[in-house]
Design a protein around this ligand. Structure first.
Ligand code: ADP
Ligand code: MG
Length: 142
């Protein structure tokens, strides 16, 4: 399945993230692919809001690698930007999160691609201009 949409402001991206999270189930893994400033973290803020989490608590976990937010459901937020190899993710127990009792969202998933299950949902974000962001969501047929 493939779905595309465009947003024209950070707030619209947050709204889309909020709508998107409502379509997920516990155990889903969402991979957000896009350059620095693409809007990955804004999309995660929306996902968090949709789960009743304060979006001010959401920031890129660049140094901690994983943030865990507690709302109506658990949200695990990974940022793999600084990971040199998938082994680092294994060492911090990534697989237990992936197959745990929450929703997982990952920035820079390509750094740990070999660890990701085939059923992960991939979202790519491109920035054709300053305020426009194009999203493509790819989900394997189940
Ligand atoms: P990333 O996590 O991909 O590095 P962030 O979400 O932290 O990106 O930052 C996105 C940046 O792009 C912010 O400075 C935001 O204000 C800006 N921006 C402009 N237009 C949009 C849009 N349509 N959606 C999301 N962010 C946007
Ligand atoms: Mg980010």
């Amino acid at each position: 399945m493939e779905k595309e949409f465009t947003t024209s402001s950070p707030d619209e991206t947050i709204t889309r993230g909020k709508e998107f999270v409502a379509t997920l189930d516990i155990g889903d893994i969402v991979c957000l692919q896009g350059d620095l400033g693409a809007g990955k973290t804004h999309f995660v803020k929306g996902m968090a809001e949709g789960l009743g989490i304060d979006s001010n608590d959401v920031s890129s976990p660049t140094f901690t690698l994983i943030n865990e937010y507690h709302g109506d459901q658990l949200l695990y937020h990974f940022d793999c930007y600084r990971m040199e190899s998938p082994r680092e993710a294994l060492e911090i127990g990534a697989e237990e999160y992936f197959f745990g009792d929450g929703i997982t969202v990952i920035e820079w998933p390509e750094r740990i691609e070999s660890l990701l299950p085939p059923e992960a949902i991939w979202i790519s974000i491109e920035a054709p201009d300053k305020n426009t962001r194009k999203f493509v969501i790819r989900k394997r047929e189940s």
